[in-house]
Design a protein around this ligand. Sequence first.
Ligand SMILES: Nc1ncnc2c1ncn2[C@@H]1O[C@H](COP(=O)(O)OP(=O)(O)OP(=O)(O)O)[C@@H](O)[C@H]1O
Length: 237
Amino acid sequence: MRLETTGLRAGYHGGTVLHGVDITVASGEVHALVGHNGAGKTTLVHALAGLVPATGGRVLLDGDDVTRHPTHRRARRGLALVPQGRRVFASLTVAEHLTLVKASGPWTPARVLDLFPQLAQRRGHRGAHLSGGEQQMLAFARALLAQPAVLLLDEPTEGLVPALAKQIAETVASVRDEGTAVLVTAPSLDSATSTADRVTVLTGGKTGVSADGDTVRADPGVIVAALALHGEATPTE
Ligand SMILES: Nc1ncnc2c1ncn2[C@@H]1O[C@H](COP(=O)(O)OP(=O)(O)OP(=O)(O)O)[C@@H](O)[C@H]1O
């Protein structure tokens, strides 16, 4: 599966937040989109999922124009979103969360729990009693049960201690290695972007500098400089 946008524009109440986004992510690839707070990362993943309407440009799934398709049609095509801020149900246990979705495909509750051993240990705990990291893992695990071909992760490591953030990044890489296309957002180069195959900077609602992951790991300067041009300095981990 290949998700592609060309000149994508979107915004709220007649105002424009995305001024022309060109981004592609294909099966077996992690594409990290980095940008400061307010750059438009959430607006972009929402526009990709169909939660914010596009006002210009196109969203293509395997070459098919889905720009005007509602969220549920995109979801049927295999697009899944893990929104920012860990949406889990306070009163449901981990195990209950994983039976809310009828899993029919390679990702089963047992397999996703293998991916997150810490969550497996907490299968009887309610959402309200999970740590932030565990809630993030649970939101991620639930999205996998939808058998996504394209997974959109909006700031999945936000607020997590480095060890947990690293674990999430490693899981993102495992999911990619199974053939899923992953688009992950982050405010700067951090663990969330450490396993990316491509890194693209989003500034002021536009995609800018883009480089392949190995190049960025060898020399993050080009990405750091692009971010610094558009806001506060962004140290790398
Ligand atoms: N529901 C909304 N209604 C109106 N304006 C919004 C809405 N959501 C976001 N915005 C505005 O759109 C711009 C981009 O916000 P967005 O949340 O997409 O950025 P972001 O890069 O994800 O930043 P953050 O990391 O802070 O979430 C901001 O100026 C924000 O105030």
